[in-house]
Design a protein. Sequence first.
Length: 196
Amino acid sequence: MAKNGLGKVTGSSVTGESALFKVLHWLIAVLIVFQGLLGAANLRIAWLQDHLASAIVVHEEIGLLILLLTLSLFIVRVITGRRSGAGAQPSHQLWAKIAHGAFYGLIFVECAIGIWMMGLLGKGLTILAWHMPLPITADPHFAFSTVLQWHAAVALTLAFLIVIHSLAALYHHYVLRDHTLTRMLPVRLSRTNPKS
């Protein structure tokens, strides 16, 4: 099977992923887990609550980085023609498309809610040393009483989907014994066929 420089599959099935795709995938995964832990800690750990302004800036900048990386991953998927579940059974392809579509949708919605919250708090967006005001009327009460709950609900839904996604990867590896998990690992652990 042939691939172009970005890993575009020109054959009938997928046997590997481009390095760029893997790097983006795992960076997003690690940052989302960190972001979820930081968001929960901001609400529960006294030291972070005493330094909430700084903690929010870190949370905001990581959120914007996740948005940028997710947009980049989406663009790479479009350019390379990567299809979720390519080479799998039709039912698995359908579930893969639904899961990956849900991931992109939830990440974009979560980032949009986070940006809206920063506007409602009257803070605008801070990216490193650059600050951009947002054309949103400040309403801190609405931000904390309602929008924060939506932000948390989407985060919990995303966490649930991550667990399901991880379990599906393990199912592919240990039950179906295919290369779905191993081809997405940052480094190849083995070149042997899992079905052997």
